[in-house]
Design a protein around this ligand. Structure first.
Ligand SMILES: [Zn+2]
Length: 255
């Protein structure tokens, strides 16, 4: 039996090679002579190397997803996202644009998981949950921030960087002894539940995706306080209306 599509679970629709970072983004940077890629930790660039990352593909998505909702999503985010990542254009994002960008951020964060090693952090069930509603699932948070595009030691631009990690700490308003909390803490240890952050940057835009499959209201070990004044929340949507990217303060945070 063929591998199922990671998003919709179909085993009958053909699996296509899909760009991790869509090709239209790669074309925005076609003038750059090389495209750098980095690993970031705690807001700092840890390592950098030159790789054709913007051309990386994974064979995990079926042609119906690829040519259907994913293709439409790319088309829909392009008018705002293109100028943001190419030139850092200040962009006002009404609720509908926040929804689209947040959905795109989760889709891209899911494509950036480590499929090749088989040690992928985000379980299939989260891909299915996302695919069934085509927007970030309940409990997810998505933020946008801005960084200065770094250069490596040879002076080449690091156009993209990413950081995928498991979140092990969580807070909840429920008492620690509450049996639901005990169940979740045990579940995080045994792998029944998973909480993760994926931070990735393309050009000057930083995307921060926080997700989990924990069935109670929790505050994850990622310090949201660190994000205040540095990142705008686009999911859940701010019902007070439009938000504007970027904020003045940069994402880079000293340790
Ligand atoms: Zn599919």
């Amino acid at each position: 039996m063929p591998n199922p599509c990671v998003f919709c679970g179909s085993t009958t629709s053909k699996i296509n090679k899909e760009h991790v970072i869509p090709n239209w983004i790669s074309k925005l940077f076609a003038d750059e002579d090389s495209q750098g890629y980095g690993i970031i930790r705690d807001g700092k660039l840890e390592t950098a190397f030159i790789a054709p990352l913007l051309q990386q593909t994974v064979g995990v998505v079926c042609e119906l997803c690829n040519g259907g909702w994913m293709s439409k999503l790319e088309h829909d985010v392009m008018p705002n996202l293109g100028p943001m990542i190419q030139s850092g254009r200040t962009t006002k994002l009404p609720p509908q644009s926040q929804r689209l960008l947040a959905t795109w951020s989760v889709k891209t964060a899911f494509m950036l998981q480590d499929f090749k090693s088989g040690r992928r952090l985000v379980p299939d069930s989260e891909y299915r949950r996302f695919c069934s509603i085509k927007q970030p699932p309940p409990g997810y948070d998505v933020f946008l921030a801005r960084r200065i595009v770094k250069h490596d030691s040879a002076g080449r631009k690091i156009l993209m960087a990413s950081d995928v990690r498991r979140v092990e700490r969580m807070d909840t308003i429920l008492p620690r002894t509450d049996e639901r909390v005990v169940e979740v803490v045990t579940g995080l240890q045994t792998g029944k539940y998973v909480a993760f952050t994926t931070v990735f940057t393309i050009g000057p835009v930083v995307f921060i995706v926080v997700g989990h499959n924990i069935p109670i209201v929790v505050r994850l070990g990622l310090s949201f306080d660190r994000l205040v004044g540095r990142a705008i929340r686009i999911w859940p949507i701010d019902d007070r209306g439009p938000v504007t990217w970027p904020l003045k303060r940069l994402w880079e945070i000293p340790r």
